[in-house]
Ligand binder design. Structure first.
Ligand code: GLN
Length: 236
């Protein structure tokens, strides 16, 4: 692997990878390659050390038991925390959003300490939010509606240091009452959207890539992605 290869981390996909969330790393790699930028997926299995030097980190969703294993893993191996301290971009989906927060309580009432990278806390919502999720982006660099699929029992509340990713248009979002979706803090972008979210939202994929590369990227026309977007937006 050359030093100029973009290294896209895929953290513990055995436990953090519901609904094809591992596809986010594939989308980043392919969108980089189509622009002539060499890119590789670096898969970090559960319970192996997490390197702190990767260019982008992706973490998917997971069921409660798998999620608690992921939380233990990331508490033990502090590489992700050091990477965030260095400002390296991180994309965290659903269970990972909860694990990166201060703490979460799962459906069985078990409270688990999170990594504290996001100023959020998650409590059981009392029901599962399942279905299409559409939001208007609230962060600079995104202008198109965000779409994804949500399936979670946790309700997440943002503290002062955390900002939302989007304003809910369709679906539940973070807690079903604030109208907020996702969390942004420092170099971390976290969301309840599966899909995989980057396959459905190329603008978000390019935002992560441009942050990792430190430059603006030209748009990448991909008619199949546009078709998927309009199909999903039309049914929600
Ligand atoms: N176990 C978590 C919840 O139900 C996250 C689920 C997920 O990642 N889809 O809230």
């Amino acid at each position: 692997m050359s030093e100029s290869t973009l290294q896209i981390g895929l953290i513990a996909p055995e436990v953090l990878g519901t609904y094809g969330d591992g596809g986010n790393a594939c989308v980043l790699t392919q969108r980089a390659k189509r622009r002539g930028i060499d890119a590789d997926i670096i898969e970090i299995p559960l319970f192996e050390a997490i390197p702190e030097y990767l260019d982008i980190y992706t973490l998917g969703g997971g069921e409660d038991t798998a999620q608690s294993l992921a939380a233990q893993h990331m508490q033990r191996h502090r590489g992700l925390i050091r990477a965030v301290t260095q400002g390296r971009p991180v994309l965290a989906i659903c269970a990972s959003l909860q694990v990166l927060g201060r703490k979460y309580t799962d459906a069985e009432g078990r409270t688990v300490e999170g990594l504290g990278l996001l100023d959020v806390e998650t409590e059981p919502m009392g029901h599962r939010a399942i279905g299409e999720l559409v939001s208007d982006p609230l962060i600079e660099g995104l202008s198109q509606p965000l779409t994804g699929f949500e399936n979670h029992g946790g309700a997440t509340t943002l503290g002062e240091d955390a900002s939302p990713l989007g304003q809910v248009v369709v679906g539940c979002g973070n807690d079903g009452k604030s109208g907020l979706e996702g969390v942004v803090q420092g170099s971390v972008i976290a969301t309840y959207m599966h899909g995989p979210v980057l396959a459905r939202n190329p603008e978000l994929a390019d935002l992560l890539l441009s942050r990792a590369l430190g430059c603006e990227l030209e748009p990448l026309p991909m008619p199949s992605v546009d078709r998927l977007r309009s199909e999903r937006l039309s049914i929600s």
